[in-house]
Design a protein around this ligand. Structure first.
Ligand SMILES: [Zn+2]
Length: 412
């Protein structure tokens, strides 16, 4: 990587590899990433970020369009030869986090931070576009660059699908790829993925137990929803351990619980909400049914009424086995031996790239971006206010995305 090319005088010079070309782009990609990092935006409307993407793509000869219901950017590169299309996705949005990283280019917006590294995803995808434009004539087909707002809630991927991102090239998309940077757990430049489930489905359970309020000294004259709601919280944990296969696990975490305002009054309601993570379609359906049954059964046992509903979130992200194997080969080919590690299991975080992999064979990969001065095992992870990402990996990220697109189109 980055070594100067030594060319014997009489021989035809070898064309640079993607990784070698990416080294030359790195200063620009780092500058773009830091500019986005300084001005983070949340949700589906990211006008500043969108403007930076449009400026970075200007003059590359791409067919560029923007979203209607969200500030997305879709860019299509037509290769020099006919063929199908592949899609590369980078998400663009930040999080409601107050940054404490201490970086000179830290967020200048109070309470908003690129704590999940999506600023690197934008810059990496711009880099991939630049690398592929340089190799346009070699490309047998088209590449769709999907710059997506609203990954951290908001369902941006689904909105972009609804607005036609998969039809942007006019021919069918045969594969989709995405990279996600990690501020810890993976050393900088390492790439991790796996066939099958790679990120969890995420749904939310909302529950309100309703009884009858009264004096705290006379519970028999009231109908106290609070102990029953507590029982339901514990009942959900028992459900997880007794009703689900240890090898197709679910996670249920009750993250809010609200009841009452003073110790000597029995409240009328007790309300809680839980996040539910699952790793298969079957477990996702089953946990929704069973969780509702548990809370309704407990309410019934205590003579209470209950309002309980599941708010559907993102589906499980599943890597197509052949695309995952191909992506692992591309990592080794473009970045070198020893750079790919297979994840032993999926991650319980969730991601709306899972919307795309239901429509086209896909692969989703993690790219280590742990800063050199931090231990991957103890560094603050994504979403932490002190998280830092090593943007020295941007060249590798761009080369890998470009390699995935070129390699997949070469397969036809
Ligand atoms: Zn993220």
């Amino acid at each position: 990587m980055g070594a100067p090319l030594i060319v014997p005088p009489e021989e035809t010079p070898m064309p640079p590899t993607l990784a070698e070309s990416a080294v030359l782009l790195l200063p620009e990609l780092v500058a773009l990433r830091r500019s986005i990092h300084e001005e983070p935006e949340i949700g589906l409307e990211l006008p500043l970020t969108q403007a930076k993407v449009l400026a970075a793509l200007e003059g590359l000869g791409l067919e560029v369009s923007v979203g209607e219901k969200l500030s997305s950017v879709t860019a299509v590169l037509r290769g020099g030869r006919p063929g199908p299309a592949v899609l590369l996705r980078g998400d663009m949005d930040a999080l409601p986090v107050q940054e404490t990283s201490g970086l000179p280019f830290a967020s200048r917006v109070a309470g908003v931070m690129h704590a999940c590294g999506h600023d690197l995803h934008v810059a990496g995808l711009v880099g991939a576009a630049r690398l592929l434009v340089e190799r346009r004539e070699e490309l047998a087909g088209s590449v769709v660059f999907m710059f997506q707002p609203g990954e951290e809630g908001g369902g941006g991927a689904q909105l972009m699908v609804d607005e036609g991102v998969l039809d942007a090239a006019g021919t069918g998309v045969v594969a989709a790829y995405a990279l996600h940077v990690a501020a810890a757990l993976l050393p900088a430049g390492w790439v991790a993925s796996r066939p099958g489930p790679v990120m969890a489905a995420s749904d939310t359970l909302h529950v309100t137990f309703r009884g009858r309020g009264g004096h705290g000294s006379m519970p028999h004259a009231a109908l106290d929803p609070l102990p029953a709601a507590c029982e339901a919280v514990l009942g959900l944990q028992t459900m997880v351990t007794r009703r689900f296969d240890a090898f197709d696990p679910v996670v249920v975490t009750v993250g809010t619980f609200h009841a009452g305002s003073v110790e000597n009054v029995i409240p009328e309601t007790a309300t809680f909400a839980a996040t539910i993570r699952s790793f298969s379609v079957e477990a996702r359906e089953k946990v929704a049914q069973e969780a509702l049954r548990v809370v309704r059964g407990i309410a019934d046992a205590h003579g209470l009424t209950v309002e309980a509903e599941i708010e559907g979130g993102y589906p499980v992200t599943v890597n197509d086995p052949s695309e995952a194997a191909f992506a692992a080969d591309v990592v080794t080919r473009e970045l070198g031996e020893g750079r790919y590690v297979e994840m032993p299991h999926a991650v319980a975080g969730s991601e709306d790239f899972g919307v795309l992999d239901k429509l086209v064979p896909s692969s989703y990969l993690m790219l280590g971006a742990t800063p050199a001065d931090r231990d991957p095992f103890t560094a603050p992870y994504n979403h932490a206010p002190e998280a830092r990402f090593d943007d020295g990996v941007l060249g590798d990220g761009a080369a890998l995305l470009a390699g995935l697109a070129m390699g997949r189109l070469a397969r036809g």
